[in-house]
Design a protein around this ligand. Structure first.
Ligand SMILES: Cc1cc2nc3c(=O)[nH]c(=O)nc-3n(C[C@H](O)[C@H](O)[C@H](O)COP(=O)(O)OP(=O)(O)OC[C@H]3O[C@@H](n4cnc5c(N)ncnc54)[C@H](O)[C@@H]3O)c2cc1C
Length: 321
C-alpha cells in the first residue's frame, strides 16, 4: 500500500502545521486554565478554509475525504493543544451528519454555516448508554408540527458555544429484538429554553465544555428530522466513525513532536529509561514517526533501555468524545 501523500495533501499538511505554529503552548495553556474556547484558533481555521475540508464544494467546502481531515487534524495538533479533534464540533457532528443523511434543503441550510465556523454539539451518550448506545432513553414525541424531546444526555461537549445540536433519540420504544430500530436524529437550535446544561469538571480538553444535559420538552421543528424517522441508526456511522478518526489523528499529532520538545521547565532530569524527562508530562510515548519496524506488538512500542534513544515525554490527551 502506498502511504505517500499527494502534492495537494502535502500542501494541506504544510498549511495546517503553519497554522499550528501560530498558536504556542502559552496560548493553549491560557485556554486550558480558563476553560475557554479558542476563538482565535477557530477563526484561523475558518479563514484558511480548513473547516470545509470534507464539505462538498457546492456548499463552500473542498469536497475532500476523511484522509484529508485526519491529515489536517494531525498537523493542527503538531504544536500542542490536542486541538485537531475540534473538527468534531462542526465538520463531524454537523457536516458528516447532514452530508450523509440530510435533505437537499438541510444541506443548503447548514453546510455553508459549518464552513464559516458554526459550532455543533452531538447529543448521543446518556448516563446509562455509552458503547451500548442503542439503549438510549431520550425520546421525542410529535406535537403540532414539532418534536418535543425529553431525557438526559451525558458528556455532551460544546453546548456553551454551539448553535446547533444533533440529537439521537427514540421515536419508538427500545425493542431488544430490533435494537437499532426506532432511533431518530434531530437537529436542535441552541440556545433553547428546553435544554439545561450542567458543566462537568474534567482532566484535560478544557477548550471544550463538557456537560450533563437535560431536555425538557425541547422543541424541534418536524422538518429538522435528519433521514427517516426511526431509521437514524445507519446515519450514525457517518458521524461516530469520523469522530473517532479525527480524535485519534489529533492524538497522534500531539505525540509526533514530543521527541523534539525542549524541556518544559527548568528541572530536567533523567528518566528511568535513561532519556531526558520533563516535569509535568506523565507518560512516555513513542512518536508515530519513530515507530521501529517491525512493530507488531504493543510492547515493541514501549520505551526500553534497548530501543533508546527514547523519545517523547508529552502528555497525550487521548480524549474520547
Ligand atoms: C471529554 C469527553 C467528551 C465527550 N463528548 C461527547 C459529546 O460531545 N457527545 C456525546 O454524545 N458523547 C460524548 N462523550 C462520551 C463518549 O462518547 C463516551 O464516553 C464513550 O462513547 C464511551 O461511553 P461510556 O463513557 O459510557 O463508557 P462505557 O461504554 O461504559 O465503556 C467503558 C469501558 O468499557 C469498554 N466496553 C464497553 N462495552 C464493552 C463490551 N461490550 N466489551 C468490551 N469492552 C467494553 C469500553 O471500551 C470502555 O473502555 C464524551 C466523553 C468524554 C470523556
Amino acid at each position: 500500500m502506498d502511504f505517500s501523500l499527494s502534492q495537494d495533501q502535502q500542501m494541506l499538511v504544510d498549511l495546517c502545521e503553519k497554522i499550528a505554529q501560530g498558536f504556542e503552548d502559552s496560548y493553549w495553556q491560557k485556554i486550558d486554565e480558563e476553560y475557554g474556547f479558542p476563538r482565535e484558533f477557530w477563526s484561523t481555521l475558518v479563514e484558511q478554509g480548513i473547516l470545509g475540508i470534507t464539505i462538498p464544494e457546492e456548499y463552500g467546502g473542498s469536497g475532500l475525504g476523511m484522509v484529508e481531515m485526519c491529515l489536517a487534524a494531525e498537523a493542527l495538533s503538531s504544536n500542542g493543544g490536542d486541538c485537531g479533534g475540534m473538527f468534531v464540533g462542526g465538520p463531524v457532528f454537523g457536516g458528516c451528519l447532514i452530508n450523509s443523511a440530510g435533505t437537499p434543503q438541510q444541506k443548503a441550510q447548514y453546510l455553508p454555516g459549518i464552513v464559516k465556523g458554526e459550532l455543533w454539539s452531538g447529543g448521543f451518550t446518556e448516563p446509562n448508554s455509552g458503547s451500548n448506545i442503542t439503549t438510549i432513553r431520550t425520546e421525542a414525541r410529535k406535537e403540532d408540527g414539532h418534536y418535543l424531546v425529553k431525557g438526559q444526555k451525558m458528556f455532551i461537549s460544546n453546548i456553551k458555544v454551539a448553535s446547533h445540536i444533533g440529537i439521537m433519540c427514540r421515536t419508538s420504544p427500545y425493542d431488544p429484538a430490533r435494537r437499532t430500530e426506532g432511533v431518530s436524529l434531530l437537529v436542535g437550535d441552541l440556545p433553547n429554553p428546553g435544554i439545561e446544561a450542567r458543566p462537568l469538571k474534567k482532566m484535560g480538553s478544557h477548550f471544550m465544555d463538557t456537560n450533563a444535559v437535560f431536555f425538557d420538552d425541547f422543541k424541534v421543528p418536524q422538518e429538522n428530522l435528519v433521514g427517516e424517522e426511526g431509521k437514524g441508526w445507519k446515519a450514525l456511522y457517518a458521524v461516530l466513525n469520523p469522530e473517532r478518526l479525527a480524535i485519534a489523528a489529533s492524538g497522534i499529532g500531539t505525540g509526533n513532536p514530543a521527541g523534539t520538545l525542549p524541556p518544559a521547565g527548568k528541572l530536567p532530569r533523567k528518566s528511568i529509561v535513561g532519556g531526558p524527562s520533563w516535569p509535568g508530562h506523565f507518560f512516555p510515548v513513542l512518536t508515530s514517526r519513530e515507530i521501529p519496524a517491525p512493530c507488531n506488538s504493543r510492547t515493541s512500542l514501549m520505551p526500553t533501555v534497548e530501543n533508546e534513544p527514547m523519545v517523547a515525554l508529552r502528555a497525550v490527551n487521548f480524549g474520547n468524545c
